[in-house]
Design a protein around this ligand. Structure first.
Ligand code: NAP
Length: 253
């Protein structure tokens, strides 16, 4: 059960090896999150994330095989986890891939796979989660969107459009769940230093997994519907959204 100050006691991460998700786990476990379920692609990264959650002090840590592209399996997996653990207070949707725009433009199949990874597979997973949380009457779903989805850039419009879809889905889901005891928090980080962005030129207002995690934890505690990281990006994108397209498409990067 999420306590009076908004702290969850159990967490399911979709994309359990994500660097941002691991930093969120680091923030939640000392605040009495006892159960950490890490759903992800089996391998050393997922195992290391489980070790890190145990080291942070979680009492129960389990890794669960999960691939966003196995769309037909998601409802069964979610049911099994909720049946086994009873209440799950918080679900963090962190799975995602950036892809390489030049490759994606040349290979429509790879582009479609990225859409499944970042969007379709999270739609199927989160609808299953929302159904179970609706039944339990409480919970929070946190979705890692991106500023890349606020206005797609020609430099990464395939990734950006997956995030635009995910962001729109998450907002609609949040509206549909009002009054059920279940809330949805959409998180919009800018450029985050880490594995996903390794070797790339940092964008203005670049941030870290730890800063994103701190903002996520605050967003959970306050029941925020949208979290921008860093917060200034809300105002930057308010301006960029209305920039005329001939100017927008000539911005660097
Ligand atoms: N880094 C940034 O600049 C940034 C900015 C804005 C938003 N975001 C979003 O934040 C989320 C977390 O990113 P991050 O920075 O923590 O990067 P990350 O460490 O690379 O995490 C990405 C996660 O997605 C998982 N994943 C990829 N494809 C998957 C699939 N088909 N099935 C299941 N899991 C899959 C990865 O698992 P494996 O370990 O198996 O690859 C990993 O756990 C992503 O949704 C990303 O789009 C990131």
């Amino acid at each position: 059960m999420i306590d009076a100050i908004g702290r969850p006691q159990s967490l399911l991460v979709l994309g359990g090896s994500s660097e941002i998700a691991q930093a969120v786990v680091d923030g939640l476990v000392p605040a009495r999150c006892r159960t950490v379920l890490l759903a992800g692609r089996p391998g050393p990264r997922l195992d290391a994330a489980a070790e890190r959650a145990r080291a942070a002090g979680a009492a129960v840590v389990e890794t669960v095989p999960y691939d966003t592209t196995d769309v037909a399996d998601h409802a069964k997996l979610v049911d099994e986890l909720f049946d086994r653990y009873g209440d799950i207070d918080l679900v963090l949707a962190a799975a995602g891939a950036l892809g390489t725009q030049a490759v994606l433009e040349r290979d429509p199949g790879a582009a479609a796979d990225l859409v499944t990874t970042n969007f379709t597979g999270l739609v199927s997973s989160l609808l299953a989660v929302a159904g179970r949380m609706r039944q339990q009457g409480h919970g929070r779903i946190v979705v890692l969107s991106s500023v890349a989805g606020i206005r797609t850039r020609k430099a990464n419009f395939v990734y950006g459009s997956t995030k635009a879809g995910l962001d729109a889905f998450a907002q609609g889901l949040g509206d549909a769940l009002v009054g059920t005891g279940v809330g949805v928090t959409v998180v919009r980080p800018g450029f985050v230093h880490g594995r996903m962005t390794e070797g790339m030129e940092p964008a203005p207002f670049a941030t870290t997994p730890e800063a994103v995690a701190a903002a996520v934890v605050r967003g959970i505690e306050t029941g925020a519907e949208v979290v921008w990281v860093p917060p200034v990006l809300r105002w930057v994108f308010a301006a960029l959204r209305v920039l005329p397209r001939p100017l927008w498409r000539h911005l660097p990067g």
